[in-house]
Ligand binder design. Structure first.
Ligand code: GLU
Length: 378
């Protein structure tokens, strides 16, 4: 069975142990060539692909002759700095063989958690995807401090997957999925092909040590699974050590699939309702209020008054002519631009703000309509 058939937008995390030979510290060039061919094939089938690649520290160790098993922080940051160049180059060259351009993005947790950085990073990634490139992401290990870092690319990749609203996150490493107990320690351990929900029992099964080169063990993978599945993204844990690891998944290779907890649209709406502070109010006329209740986006023409200070992406309340909150959503424009287009016909909006501006003030995908006091999360 083709495990990847249902997915169109994929984030694929590649562990250090796959990219770098544990004994020699060198890049596994032939393996990377095979993976690049798999990626090119998926892309040719219409998939959008974002890679989260480890391996900077592992490659940098050899370049800088650092061979202690555990490096002190300053040396691992230096290794990441030297190794990241080699890593990016390897990716760029192997995908260039298929005519694919790569873009490098180095992230730190504040980028995925602070809204302005988040929106910028997301826009850069989707622009790269729109231009046919494959973004290659890693943590910015050279500047991250111990307090402010992910430290493992399992969780980083889950944040990236949810940021770009991927259908599926694939963690390729040296294990072929989750077992009822760590298989190295327990001969009776059973492989689990499908996990419907991450329960405390499932978390307990994940206890296990990381391998020599990679940081995350099964624990961080299951944590990544929680982040991904709660946001509506499926997670696949698969073994990637052999060549053509993605093709193998399309041909039925063993893996564990963690099903998403709810649909992406539902997860997004819950996030809009639950976690965001409101930065402003948009007062709308009766026609716009009716349109919103029937599932339409909010267009500038229906807006009569604006209050509060907000930027694009901030949460705003939408109020009907009687001042009742009827919906909540993410503003498609900042306050200044919203003031310019308020009450204007959509065709004028592009004229006023320039090409490339979306004409919705709040897009329906970014909106939760409130029915009475209850949010209608559909
Ligand atoms: N960011 C680290 C690196 O590129 C890897 C972290 C991990 O293995 O999860 O070397």
């Amino acid at each position: 069975m083709n495990a990847l058939a249902p997915y169109r937008r994929l984030t694929i995390k590649i562990g250090s142990a796959l990219l770098v030979d544990g004994k020699t510290g060198k890049l596994r060039a032939e393996w990377l060539r095979s993976l690049a061919a798999d990626l090119a094939a998926l892309k040719a089938q219409g998939c959008s692909l974002v890679i989260v690649s480890s391996g900077a520290i592992a490659l940098g160790r050899r370049l800088l002759n650092l061979d202690a098993r555990t490096l002190p922080l300053d040396q691992s940051q230096a290794a990441a700095s030297a190794g990241q160049i080699a890593l990016s180059q390897a990716w760029a060259e192997s995908l260039a063989e298929h005519g694919i351009v790569t873009g490098q993005i180095l992230l730190t947790p504040n980028i995925t958690e602070e809204r302005r950085y988040f929106l910028n990073a997301r826009t850069t990634i989707s622009t790269l995807l729109g231009l046919g490139a494959i973004p290659i992401i890693n943590e910015n290990d050279s500047v991250a401090t111990t307090e402010i870092r992910y430290g493992d690319n399992d969780r980083l990749s889950a944040r990236v997957a949810t940021m770009i609203e991927a259908d599926c996150l694939i963690l390729l490493s040296d294990v072929d999925g989750l077992y009822t107990a760590p298989p190295a320690r327990d001969p009776d351990a059973r492989h689990l092909p499908h996990v419907a929900a991450i329960t405390p029992e499932i978390e307990a099964m994940a206890g296990g040590a990381a391998s020599h080169l990679s940081r995350g063990g099964m624990t961080t993978k299951v944590e990544a699974g929680k982040i991904a599945t709660q946001a509506g993204t499926a997670l696949i844990i698969a073994k990637g050590t052999e060549t053509h690891p993605l093709r193998a998944l399309t041909e039925g290779a063993r893996h564990t699939l963690f099903a998403p907890a709810e649909s992406r649209a539902q997860a997004r709406k819950r996030w809009i309702m639950g976690t965001l502070e409101l930065s402003g109010n948009l007062h709308v006329d009766a026609g716009a209020a009716r349109a919103l209740l029937s599932g339409k986006s909010l267009l500038p023409i229906g807006v009569t008054r604006i209050s509060g200070e907000f930027e694009r992406g901030d949460a705003v309340a939408i109020l009907d002519p009687d001042g009742r909150e009827i919906a909540r959503g993410l503003a498609g424009l900042g306050r200044e631009e919203a003031d310019i287009v308020k009450g204007k016909n959509s065709t004028l909006v592009t004229e006023l703000l320039g090409l490339g501006t979306r004409s919705e003030l709040v897009h329906r995908d970014n909106m939760v309509v409130l029915m009475g006091m209850e949010a209608k999360v559909s």
